[in-house]
Unconditional design. Structure first.
Length: 401
């Protein structure tokens, strides 16, 4: 902020700090009191809720067409962008190389065209899941009640696991936000497959077991899990912390059902429509979001760039993604390029909060009893059928018309 203010004399920006815990409540209170600032970084789920209330400005004119963020990072309302993600993030599969080496198994594929099928993923996870006697989940005598190393964990967070349904030809909703898809067999079958990693195949920890475990990097380092899904941001937030302790990790693409696909996401910068300083706010956000001013968190693996130019050629990519250049904890460039960059550019679809107003409320309904699926007390098909009337009504009330 000080650097921005010192860089020019046309716009002066003042920082308002609001803790992440309770952020939504505080900003909603500011909106009700007509005390919103000029611009902000919103949580992903807040963007379209504010836009639908008329509180986010159209930012179509903020960037020239030849120097704009990736189109996949635009939060859109009534066909207009109301914010762009602060970073380009995708979901990936991380793994401990030493565990794979010890089991004499090939590493997970690092390119979408070679993505494991779901069954291949499960088969490998079985070979990497061990009980206290050293038996693996694909061997006779395996004890699922005394597991010391899980083969995998597929994140069951409400906005992560549905990518499996998308891969199977379903999902939560259609990409235009007009059709609810969660009740389709393609969606519930994928949901059940994620649940069965714990319920049937015994290769993943339960939700309660996972809550008692540590962060992704420590789980991989200590062998609690051999591979696990996570966001690209995990490189700069957690994985880098265990590399000095000996974690030798790799990154691969997610397993697929019918098609290789990943989610992209990222919290947006937005400008409130109540601002009396629209031009100044755009000037500030353009500066703040510029990669040169976010360079430390890009180099360390927390964010990927948002501007298309950083993906236009290999030389530009290497400036931020090659650990030989940046001296950071990203995997080797050849692996990272295919498993992350190419995957993000060619195989990513947006989490619905980019285009559907009320995504959080929809998922509140979806999550209300979902633990019954994850712990095996109810099938995905039965659970979704049970809540489908409520889901459909909420969806119909909130979809754009």
């Amino acid at each position: 902020m000080d650097r921005f203010n010192a860089s020019q004399d046309k716009v002066h920006a003042t920082l308002i700090i609001i803790p992440r815990d309770g952020y939504e409540t505080k900003v909603n209170t500011m909106a009700a009191g007509k005390q919103l600032p000029d611009c902000t970084e919103l949580s992903e789920a807040m963007a379209l809720e504010f836009a639908s209330a008329g509180l986010l400005a159209d930012v179509s004119s903020m960037y020239p067409a030849d120097n704009a963020p990736l189109k996949s990072l635009a939060f859109t309302f009534k066909g207009k962008p109301v914010g762009y993600s602060s970073g380009n993030e995708v979901l990936l599969l991380y793994y401990n190389k030493k565990i794979f080496d010890a089991a004499k198994l090939p590493y997970p594929p690092a390119s979408a065209d070679k993505a494991w099928t779901w069954q291949q993923y499960v088969d490998v996870a079985k070979k990497l899941t061990k009980d206290k006697n050293g038996k693996t989940a694909d061997q006779a005598g395996f004890d699922p009640k005394n597991i010391v190393q899980y083969g995998t964990d597929f994140d069951r967070t409400w906005w992560m696991w549905p990518i499996a349904a998308v891969s199977n030809g379903g999902g939560l909703m259609s990409p235009d936000g007009q059709q609810l898809l969660i009740g389709k067999p393609e969606s519930t079958d994928a949901m059940q497959a994620v649940a069965d990693l714990y319920v049937k195949n015994h290769v993943a920890p339960s939700r309660s077991d996972l809550a008692a475990m540590s962060t992704l990097d420590v789980n991989l380092l200590t062998g609690k899990v051999a591979m696990a899904t996570g966001g690209q941001w995990n490189i700069g937030i957690t994985l880098k912390n265990s590399v000095p302790d000996g974690l030798d990790y790799g990154v691969g693409v997610l397993p697929k059902f019918k098609k290789a696909v990943t989610y992209n996401t990222g919290a947006p910068y937005g400008i409130f429509s109540t601002t009396k300083n629209l031009s100044a706010a755009m000037t500030f956000i353009r500066w703040w979001a510029d990669e040169q001013n976010q360079w430390p968190v890009i180099l360390n693996g927390t964010l990927m760039p948002v501007m298309a130019k950083w993906y236009s050629n290999e030389a530009n990519m290497r400036q931020w993604a090659d650990p030989a250049v940046t001296k950071t904890a990203r995997p080797p460039f050849a692996m990272y390029k295919t498993a992350v960059i190419d995957y993000a550019m060619n195989n990513a679809v947006q989490v619905p909060w980019y285009y559907f107003n009320g995504y959080t409320g929809l998922n509140d309904i979806l999550e209300s009893g979902i633990d019954n699926v994850w712990n095996g007390k109810q099938t995905a098909k039965d659970y979704i059928a049970q809540i489908m009337p409520q889901l459909q009504k909420y969806f119909d009330d909130h979809k754009a018309r």
